[in-house]
Design a protein around this ligand. Structure first.
Ligand code: NCD
Length: 319
């Protein structure tokens, strides 16, 4: 697979493509440990962050990633209500195109929004979450976090538990974990497991009875903002059957969650605060992985610019 121009879906990457980004991210981890956390790779280039939906981790880490690559960064946050039609998104993108951005990072409540933006601009487009569809950089940082802990994902048993139906993270994670050789099982109330999800490369388990088989337990947030009807009788009932807590978690299992966590709903406080939880490591990985994504799209070998070794040399020169 040649280097993609955009990152809209995990499907844009094969295993080698994922590994290339993660190796690049590992090389940037050293930069994150320095007092001056910057490399000049994107100096003089502009990155536009366009967020039409609430975000803490994703927006802050994309901004930091672009700044640490020395890009000029414009962050636009629009209220969800101001963009309900494709036309107004198109107008916004055309307006921002006047700045000649090298990349546009877009988060939208609408599935397929990033794909549309890619049609309207010459910039590289990064999908930072489009509705219930995908969140590829989250999946990459999740794989990065697990690779650092486990070495490789091959043959590992990963359970994704909770509101799979409304989760773009689940879709991207299933694709990415499976591509990296893991066995993926999704579990949750049948009303929150989309029909046909197996086609992405996972098994389905409607109860947590076999949870002990998992090496990694990846818990999803109950996405109340995307629920227009009652999918579970009550959050209490949901927690009774599906909450991942110290009683359900085995000592050998690693625990992940994309954040933000509903404490006491999908995860108990004791699980969140246990040493098995990798939640903080996931957030930390967000910056270097997003640096790697921007670097690969804008300055990577596919774009005819310097390779990692040269970037590292430049970084040393700047330090
Ligand atoms: C996720 C998202 O917004 O898709 N959060 C994130 O990006 N870290 C998951 C969620 O909102 O539950």
């Amino acid at each position: 697979m040649t280097a993609p121009r955009h990152l809209l879906s995990i499907d844009d990457l094969d295993r080698a493509g994922i590994e290339r980004i993660l190796d690049r991210a590992a090389s940037f981890a050293e930069v994150a440990g320095r007092e001056i956390k910057k490399v000049p790779a994107l100096r003089g280039r502009t990155v536009v962050n366009l967020f039409y939906e609430a975000s803490t981790r994703t927006s802050s880490s994309f901004e930091l990633a672009a700044k640490r690559l020395s890009a000029d960064v414009v962050s636009v946050r629009a209220a969800t209500s101001s963009v309900t039609k494709g036309e107004s998104l198109k107008d916004t993108v055309q307006t921002l195109t006047a700045y000649d951005p090298a990349a546009i990072v877009i988060r939208s409540p609408h599935a397929g929004a990033a794909q549309l933006v890619a049609r309207w601009t010459d910039a590289a487009v990064v999908n930072a979450g489009d509705g219930k569809h995908e969140h590829p950089t989250q999946a990459l940082l999740d794989v990065y976090t697990l690779r650092r802990r486990l070495g490789a994902l091959d043959g590992k048993n990963i359970w994704i538990v909770g509101d799979v139906l409304h989760s773009r993270v689940a879709r991207s994670d299933i694709l990415a974990f499976a591509r990296m050789g893991a066995q993926v099982t999704v579990s949750g109330p049948p009303t929150l497991l989309p029909r046909g999800i197996e086609a992405l490369g996972c098994e389905v388990a409607p109860t947590l009875e076999r949870l002990a088989e998992a090496d990694v337990v990846y818990v999803l947030r109950m996405q109340n903002e995307r629920m227009d009807e009652a999918y579970v009788p009550s959050l209490r009932e949901y927690a009774a059957r599906y909450q991942v807590n110290a009683a359900r978690l085995q000592p050998h299992q690693l625990l992940m969650h994309p954040g933000p966590v509903n404490r006491g709903v999908e995860l108990s406080a004791d699980a969140i605060d246990s040493p098995q939880a990798l939640i903080a490591q996931q957030v930390e990985a967000g910056v270097v992985v997003r640096m790697a994504v921007l670097y690969e799209l804008l300055a990577g070998s596919g774009a005819g610019a310097p390779l990692v070794a040269e970037a590292a040399a430049e970084a040393v020169a700047l330090a």
